[in-house]
Design a protein around this ligand. Sequence first.
Ligand code: G
Ligand code: G
Ligand code: MN
Length: 429
Amino acid sequence: MKMTEISTKNDARDKLFEYLVEMTSSHKANNKKFAVLLINLNNFRQFNVSCGYKMGDKLLNEFATRLISCARTCDYLVHVGNADFIMVLPDVLNEGHATLASLKLQEKLVESFELGSQQYKLSADIGISLFPDHADEVETLLQAAEKALLDARQNMLSYAVYSNESKKSDFNCWDIETELQKTITNNDFELYYQPQICMQTGVVFGAEALIRWKHEKRGFIRPDVFIPIAESNGQIHEITQWTINTALRQIKEWPSASESLKIAINLSAKVLKDPELVDSVRNALLTWNTEPSRVMLEVTESALMDDVVVSFNTLNELRALGVSISIDDFGTGYSSMAYFKNIPASELKIDQSFVTNMLENDMDRQIVKTIIKMAQGFKLQVVAEGIENDETFEIIKELGCDIAQGYLFAKPMPQKEFLRWIDEHQSKE
Ligand code: G
Ligand code: G
Ligand code: MN
């Protein structure tokens, strides 16, 4: 064999081409769209330098597994070389679907990767093209995804949809960021309130404040969509300030008979690492002259476990102000039992996915039961959220849960409606 023999043959790429040729003809025939996502794992070369090719291969496997875990069964993933993967999403309606899929993939990468005894943080950039909007042939469709990836890089975005310079794409991250900034500047968010009920007595316990962004053209944009963007570009700090201050201001308008009602406010993972968080909560309490005992701050279990030392410290400082801490989405974040005895919280919120499915799924019912038992053992208050029917309510009440939240009582609603709701509910108490 000659030492200089070079092969440019790539089986995976050949298969991808064949697959895409089939996709173009089937989608053309049915008048449907599909999306191509070119996913580039960042800093892979650096990883190979530090850890070697063998570990590099393992990392690629783990990375692919993570991508597959949030794909639909009809989606197609192939490793096309080095740090590049292509994911094909059949049958999408529009660019919005493809960008939501990209956000979902990127959210999946937030949790670190474990290889051997080490933990690694990974991120990826994504270029998106759509058949037939951006190209109707395989080669040009892939070129369009490459161009989108370059655009993303140049604009410091984690993903971008293809656009030829003259035509700016309609729903990309840049637009959302700009619009978000406008909304922050103009104070155009709104807080909705969802009641929480004491299960054993039926009286109102308080409400969870949930942010709402109504865009004049696009309607409601879900917090799951804009909070991760705000987290990645730092806007989350201003949004959090707004949320805390608005919630504390608005509870002053609640009826005086409701002076003891609690307000639960969500804090995102990034905010827990903000060295100014404790000061800004202290200031807001002073500004609005709020009893700290009325305030419950919710942090997700995965945010808490991301950096246990930092988050435990921050939460302990917050507790020293007199506010309470609740662990949101509990059951999904792999808490270690070892940390549990020192957990700086007084409440667990059972993740709604377990509650919603517990009538049909015995495993979920067991999980709910176990979390309630555990909370009782550790003297923590426990909330079940996502209660949608009487049957679920009765079972959970029987298990000894303290507080209920869910559509069975009320959906999240604007302050005005919430005030009416309290009135009606309290007249029945
Ligand atoms: O309210 P809704 O179901 O749309 O909430 C979706 C997600 O957004 C939930 O995980 C919720 O915790 C989160 N969320 C809602 N309001 C806020 C907020 O003010 N700040 C943060 N960080 N997250 C919020
Ligand atoms: O992640 P977090 O627990 O903060 O999310 C709270 C969100 O859950 C709220 O935005 C609310 O819209 C949603 N939610 C509350 N109760 C129910 C319910 O009974 N069913 C469903 N599907 N969603 C609910
Ligand atoms: Mn919450």
